[in-house]
Design a protein around this ligand. Structure first.
Ligand SMILES: [Zn+2]
Length: 86
């Protein structure tokens, strides 16, 4: 089943016609229910167009999503520092 998609100004894929975000649609299929408006779908590998199930992670709020990004960024700097310190 293929539906036509296009890339929006933010770099996300949307369906032509409904303009629904593909990653949110995919996440709904994965969860087996509709997403609540506050829920955020995160792309684990940061590639906005990679909408494979394994790459999508749902957070129940923008805050939880943001916290995940902050944690990841912190882990990255820590890893860099560890390498430099060798
Ligand atoms: Zn994210």
């Amino acid at each position: 089943m293929t539906r036509k998609t296009f890339r929006d100004a933010q770099g996300y894929l949307r369906f032509i016609g409904s303009r629904k975000l593909v990653h949110r649609w995919k996440a709904e299929k994965k969860l087996g229910r509709r997403l609540q408006s506050g829920e955020v779908v995160h792309h684990q590998n940061k590639i906005k167009t990679d909408n494979r199930y394994g790459n999508l992670q749902v957070f129940n709020s923008r805050k939880a999503h943001q916290a995940h990004h902050i944690k990841k960024a912190w882990e990255r700097t820590r890893r860099k520092r560890t390498l430099k310190g060798k």
